[in-house]
Each structure stands twice: as structure tokens, then as C-alpha cells.
Ligand binder design. Structure first.
Ligand code: DGJ
Length: 752
């Protein structure tokens, strides 16, 4: 029996043989699993750490009509159909959503998983070929592998759980091993399942649905009877439904209540299914979307699912986000730029689109230098014969003649100006009008004899094939080896379709979409490893592949093609729920805005973009002298606050999805400074006064508003708070920079 003292142990995972209970626990969280009657693996608890757990709350026994019993034990009060479980299978009379569905050669899909054995080890194994959270030292975490096995068949399922010592995080994934003598088809293989009893602890879900130029809008919904799913079928994690959800309840706010953040570390089709069962219990299952998924597993082969990250908070959504942000920043992202302040760039896309010359770009670079920017990025249009969307994808060599001094000339010019040089690529795509297509029409992913669907005048390369990836890799390497490139933006401008690969047999076509993602990861792994100095930025028509998987290779991503400051507030706010600020790039663009036609002030555009990894995306040479001065000030100011914005603690304060105001605050890790963002959408003649209470500051310390010189105690700012400025006009914003001051004269006066 575990005692309070036991939990102070160094071990993070313990097994109580008598009661057959696994307890994963650190200082903040507990995850409890029980081997129940008939060896069914039951979920007991996930949440705040339990001290001195004595296992007295047993799942009640009751005969439920039409919920059958287990063949090993005809106990009518025990049914897999109601018991909360860790990983359910189709069979054994559990009629709720299964986590795993397989089909045998004889056509049967029956599978009845029972506990087989377990193993506990220090550290966390890497997942080969898949992005994952890692450890730097074995002592950081412990891993429990519980193996389930079908009652009759040699199908083994390893459930892997890792608990970090100093994070409120449990990661999960699953490995399916075929130890039979036949080939089995996997029709569904979720990465995790959690069943909650009817306790009201988690009766709401937050998802991040959206669209192109409208990504990650917060949608909070009650969990009602039936099945609800949040998923992507587009071959990528998608603009339409992000691969992050959060479980909450009615009482969860930004600062109070329980929340579990759930990330699938994967960039392909995903699904989160939520089922409320006949007695109001809730099952949550997530992983690769079973739609269009059919994986053949030969005898003695295994299949590894992507990983799930579970972040727990008992202090509301802000804490859940912070736990998640830290995990993604510190143990999912990698590489040289993981903790580096990201350069302030100017990107020429919205400035010139395809229509640029060396002269034009050099003028932008000159201006960028004058204004204090740090990098110039040449976007789409520099390769093949690319002057419009409909050509040259696949031809990753310079468009001769488009740039008078060539690509190298432009890169040199940029470097001589003291700026870094970045470039755009879209490696997974092919245009019919390209050399690559003319030489290798079969590289285009499609079923032979069927005209593939077109989107943005482009097609998808069959990245399941090694030779296709190699054809792109060779070109990209040549580019990176011959031109001095500091940054690469890796774009992907359509959804997948025609999922058919000429290299696979007819029985393997259901593997194409997953193999595509594995191929993509393989190429990204090689390039990002071999070019570690480069800052890689993910992109998919803005934020169409903004997920925890991509972050393992590229520490930042273009948040949205929507650069309208007002709409960006919602997009960035929604994104912050699951992703760190260092991952979100945000640019000031021209007005009228190209996506909405809205006109906002340069200040508003700057203040909003400074809520992410900051840059510009407009023709700097078109700015007036007054605007240039303002840009200079913005750039200088962002340099001052950059570390706090990108690597501080982020708190959402006012929700733009619920009210006319939006606000958030970045607080430096050492609480030495904070940056408060305030905004209001539409003006009215008789406005209410809006007030704001800050968060994350040191209560006992004093902070100076750098603009007014006013000094406040942290405590005052967080309890009494401030009034919003008297905004006049639509779309107004304010950024207030607070710096901690010594408890000097002024501070003391205020305190008395
Ligand atoms: C979509 C990206 O999101 C834009 O920023 C830009 O790079 C275009 N593609 C270029 O085609």
C-alpha cells in the first residue's frame, strides 16, 4: 500500500502488485491505471497529484442490461461496455468507440485486449521516424510500457506512457506488434484513449476549427450524448481543424479550474473522437484519422502510432497553455534556433507577389537596413520560370534572368547590407508546367488513368516514394550549398487528394496518406540536421500545418495568410491556446489589407504583430517619412521586448471571441519585465469603461510603465488593475512596457 511518504520517492512510476495499480506521479500530477477483473486495463484517474493514494474508490459493480460480460468471468455486474478503459478494442462487447480496429485474413475484426505484462524504465525512448517529445537526461522522466494482448491471437499492443519529473505532462503512444502467422490489416490505431466517469470534471471540449485565412478560432462546446469528432481528412493537420483540443468543464476559466491540453504530434490526417455513453461517461480517443487509413501488418512487423501530449492544469487554461508552451519549446522543438531570439524580417510576398526585379528587392533591402530590420526573405517566384501560380513547382533552380544579378547576387547584396537572407520553397508540390513533370509525370500523386484533382493550379508529389523525395532533396541541397541562405520558409499550398501511389501494391493503397507524412518527416529530418544553421519556418498557405509535429523540425510557422490586424488578434489568441509564441510568426502588412480591405493604423498593425515573431510584409519603399520613423521605433521597441515576448510566460486576459476588447500579457521568466497588449474593436459614442487586471507579476515588486513613468506594485496591477486608455476610433491598440524597479523613493511613496 502506498503511503504519503511513498509518493516522495524518486520513482515516478510505481506498480502495486496487490491491487494491480500503476501510479504515475510527480509533484503536480497523478495518472492511475488499474488491471481490473478479467485483466481488463481500466483508467482510474488523471489530474492533480494524489498524495497517499489508497485505492478505495473502486469502479461500482452493476448489472447493465444489454451490456455483456467477459467470457472469462460471467459476472453480470462487470462489463467492458461501461468500464473506463485505457485502450479499447472492437470485440468483447464494448460498443463504444474502439481505439484499435484490426481485420484478419479471414475477414474477422474481433479483438479483445487484456493485460499481458509491463515494464518501467528511466527516460523516454525516441520514436524513430516520428516527431516526439524528448528528454535530455534519463532522470527527467520515466516510461511505463503496458502490454495488452488479444485473448486468442498473437496481437500485442504496447501502451507507452511517459511522465516528466518537472512538468505536468504525460505523453502516450502505442506500438502494435503482429506475432501471428498471418497478415493483419490495421483499420484504426489511436494514439491514446481516456475514459472519464460521470464526475463532471470534463464535460466541455475546446477545439480550434477554422479555414484558410481564418485559422484556429476557439470553439468551446459542451460534451453531449452521442459521438462528436474533430478531424482533418485533407492529408495535413489543416486550417480547418487543428490537431489540438482541450478538455475543460463549465467552471474552467483562464485562471481557475481543471483543463487538459491534448496535442497529437503529427502533421497528417488526425481525429479526436468524443463519445458520451449510455450512463453519461465520456470517452476521448485521438490519433491518425481512420478515414482512408488501412495499414497491412505482416507477421512479425510492428506499427508505431504518433505521440500524444497531455498537459494538465488545475489553474485554468492559462496554466494549461503555459505547460504546453514549455513542453513544445523545450522538449519538442530542437536545433540551434530553439531558444534564439528570432530575426525581425521583411518578406517580399505581399510587397511584390511574383512581380519583382533585383532593383525593386534591393530597394526594399536598403530600406530594411535603414529601419533596423535583420533579415530579408525572398518569397515565391525566384525559381524555374515562375511568374504565376501555375508553373515551375518541382524546379528548384534559379529563374535565370529574373534577378539581374542572380540569386547569389541578391543574397550577397543582402548580406553586405548586414541582413540575413532567407528564401521560400514548396518542396512537396509539382506544376504540370515544370521540367520535373515533363521528365517524371509519374511523380505526381494520382491513380493511373484518372485525372487528378487540381488546386491552386498545382498537384502533390508522391512523397511516399524515395526517388521522388530524392529528386527534390538533390535540388534543395544544391540550392543550400551554392547560395548563402540563413532561413528557409517551407510552404505547402494545397490539401492532398488522389491518394494513390504507383509504388505500392493494391492492398497497400490505404497506407499512402500516412506514408506521405513519414516521407515528409524523413526529408525534413535530413535537411534540418544537415543544415543546422538555417532557421526553418513551416507554412501551409499560412497556418494549414501549424502542429506539434512540424515544430519538431521547424521551430516557427507562418501563423496565417491573413495579415489583417483585427482578424489576427483572434487567430493569434486562438493559436496561443496550444502553441508557444516563439512558434507564431506575425507580420505588419500594407493597408487596405489585402485579405479584408480593412484600414488600420500602423500602430495597431505593429502592436498586434509584436504579439508573435515579428516582421514586415509590405513594400518598405512606399512608406512615408513619418511611417518610416514609426517603423524604426517599432523595430527598436521589439528588440527590447523580444526575449520576453518569445520566451516569457504568456497570459490571455480578455477574450476577443467573447467581447469587444482583447488583451494579453507577456511576463519575463524572472518577472523583471512585462508587456501588456490592449485592444478594442469598434468604437461607440458612449463607451463603457474597460478595466484590466494583469497577471504573472511579482506581487511584492514594483513596476514602472516605461512610457508614463508611473510606478505600480505588482500586487496593485494584478488586483486593482488599470483602466483601458480612452481609445478613440475603431481598432485601437496599446502596448505597455513595464519594467521592474528597485523599491526606491517613488515606489515607497506609492506603497505608503
Ligand atoms: C502561401 C504563404 O502562406 C504565403 O506567405 C506565400 O508564401 C505564398 N504561399 C506564396 O505562394
Amino acid at each position: 500500500m502506498e503511503t504519503v511518504k511513498d509518493i516522495e520517492r524518486a520513482e515516478l512510476v510505481t506498480y502495486d502488485e496487490k491491487d494491480r495499480i500503476f501510479h504515475l506521479a510527480n509533484d503536480t500530477i497523478s495518472y492511475i491505471i488499474q488491471i481490473e477483473e478479467s485483466d481488463v486495463l481500466a483508467h482510474v484517474y488523471f489530474g492533480k497529484r494524489i498524495k497517499g493514494y489508497r485505492h478505495h474508490k473502486n469502479y461500482p459493480r452493476r448489472d447493465r442490461g444489454f451490456s455483456g460480460n467477459t467470457p472469462l468471468n460471467d459476472d453480470r455486474s462487470f462489463s467492458k461496455d461501461t468500464l473506463p478503459q485505457e485502450y479499447s478494442s472492437h470485440g468483447g462487447m464494448d460498443y463504444r468507440l474502439p481505439a484499435l480496429v484490426i481485420r484478419r485474413e479471414n475477414g474477422s475484426n474481433l479483438l479483445d485486449l487484456r493485460y499481458h505484462d509491463y515494464q518501467i524504465s528511466e527516460g523516454k525512448p525516441a520514436l524513430s521516424g516520428l516527431p516526439h517529445a524528448y528528454v535530455l537526461q534519463a532522470k527527467e522522466a520515466e516510461t511505463l510500457v503496458i502490454t495488452l494482448k488479444d485473448r486468442e491471437l498473437g496481437v500485442y499492443v504496447d501502451l507507452m506512457y511517459t511522465i516528466y519529473r518537472n512538468r505536468s505532462v504525460v505523453t502516450r503512444c502505442v506500438n502494435i506488434r503482429n506475432q501471428t502467422t498471418e497478415t493483419i490489416a490495421i483499420e484504426k490505431a489511436a494514439s491514446f484513449q481516456i475514459d472519464f466517469t460521470h464526475s463532471g470534471r470534463f464535460d466541455e471540449v475546446i477545439a480550434l476549427p477554422g479555414a484558410h485565412v481564418k485559422e484556429r478560432q476557439i470553439s468551446r462546446q459542451p460534451i453531449l450524448a452521442g459521438i462528436k469528432s474533430f478531424e482533418s481528412r485533407r492529408g495535413s493537420s489543416s486550417h480547418q481543424m487543428n490537431s489540438f483540443i482541450a478538455l475543460t468543464n463549465k467552471h474552467t476559466t483562464e485562471f481557475a479550474g481543471e483543463a487538459i491540453g491534448i496535442h497529437l504530434v503529427y502533421s497528417g490526417n488526425h481525429s479526436f473522437e468524443i463519445e458520451k455513453d449510455q450512463i453519461n461517461q465520456t470517452r476521448v480517443i485521438g490519433g491518425i484519422n481512420p478515414y482512408n487509413f488501412h495499414w497491412l501488418l505482416a507477421a512479425n512487423q510492428s506499427f508505431q502510432t504518433p505521440e500524444i501530449l497531455l498537459s494538465y492544469s488545475d489553474q485554468g487554461l492559462n496554466q494549461m497553455s503555459q505547460v504546453t508552451h514549455q513542453l513544445l519549446q523545450e522538449r519538442v522543438a530542437r536545433g540551434k534556433h530553439q531558444y534564439q531570439q528570432r530575426p525581425i524580417l521583411v518578406n517580399n510576398w505581399e510587397a511584390t507577389y511574383f512581380d519583382f526585379t533585383s532593383k525593386k528587392l534591393e530597394a526594399i533591402i536598403d530600406e530594411a537596413k535603414e529601419l533596423g530590420l535583420e533579415m530579408f526573405v525572398l518569397d515565391d517566384g525566384w525559381f524555374g520560370k515562375r511568374d504565376a501560380d501555375n508553373s515551375s513547382l518541382g524546379d528548384w533552380y534559379e529563374y535565370r534572368g529574373k534577378l539581374a544579378n542572380g540569386l547569389k547576387g541578391l543574397a550577397d547584396y543582402t548580406h553586405q547590407a548586414g541582413l540575413q537572407f532567407g528564401i521560400w520553397v514548396e518542396p512537396e508540390m509539382i506544376s504540370l508546367d515544370s521540367k520535373l513533370y515533363r521528365h517524371h509525370p509519374d511523380y505526381l500523386m494520382s491513380e493511373p488513368d484518372r485525372t487528378p484533382a487540381v488546386s491552386l493550379s498545382q498537384y502533390v508529389l508522391d512523397f511516399t516514394r524515395e526517388e521522388v523525395r530524392a529528386a527534390i532533396e538533390t535540388q534543395l541541397r544544391k540550392l543550400l550549398d551554392t547560395i548563402d541562405i540563413d532561413y528557409v520558409k517551407w510552404d505547402m499550398n494545397r490539401s492532398l487528394s488522389d491518394a494513390y501511389s504507383a509504388s505500392l501494391g493494391k492492398e497497400n493503397q490505404g497506407e499512402v496518406l500516412h506514408r506521405y507524412v513519414l516521407g515528409l518527416y524523413e526529408l525534413m529530418e535530413r535537411l534540418t540536421t544537415d543544415y543546422p544553421e538555417i532557421l526553418w519556418e513551416g507554412c501551409s498557405g499560412g497556418g494549414g500545418r501549424f502542429d506539434a509535429g512540424l515544430l519538431h523540425y521547424m521551430p516557427q510557422s507562418w501563423t496565417s495568410d491573413n495579415t489583417d490586424a483585427v482578424e489576427r488578434i483572434n487567430i493569434q489568441y486562438g493559436t496561443s491556446l496550444g502553441y508557444p509564441i516563439s512558434a507564431m510568426t506575425a507580420h505588419v502588412s500594407a493597408v487596405p489589407n489585402h485579405q479584408t480591405g480593412r484600414v488600420t493604423s500602423l500602430k495597431t498593425r505593429g502592436d498586434v504583430a509584436m504579439g508573435g515573431v515579428f516582421g514586415y510584409e509590405l513594400d518598405l519603399t512606399h512608406l512615408s517619412e513619418e511611417e518610416k520613423n514609426e517603423v524604426k521605433e517599432q523595430v527598436a521597441f521589439y528588440k527590447e521586448i523580444r526575449r520576453t515576448v518569445q520566451y516569457g510566460d504568456f497570459y490571455r486576459l480578455h477574450d476577443p471571441f467573447e467581447q469587444a476588447t482583447a488583451s494579453w500579457i507577456f511576463v519575463a521568466k524572472d518577472q523583471e519585465e512585462a508587456v501588456l497588449f490592449l485592444s478594442r474593436k469598434l468604437a461607440n459614442a458612449q463607451p463603457d469603461f474597460h478595466e484590466i487586471r494583469l497577471a504573472g507579476l511579482a506581487e511584492e515588486d514594483f513596476y514602472r510603465d516605461q512610457q508614463t513613468g508611473q510606478i505600480y506594485s505588482g500586487s496593485e496591477l494584478m488586483t486593482v488593475g488599470l483602466y483601458y486608455p480612452d481609445f478613440y476610433g475603431d481598432f485601437q491598440t496599446s502596448l505597455i512596457h513595464f519594467i521592474k524597479v528597485e523599491e526606491g523613493e517613488n515606489a515607497n511613496e506609492r506603497n505608503n
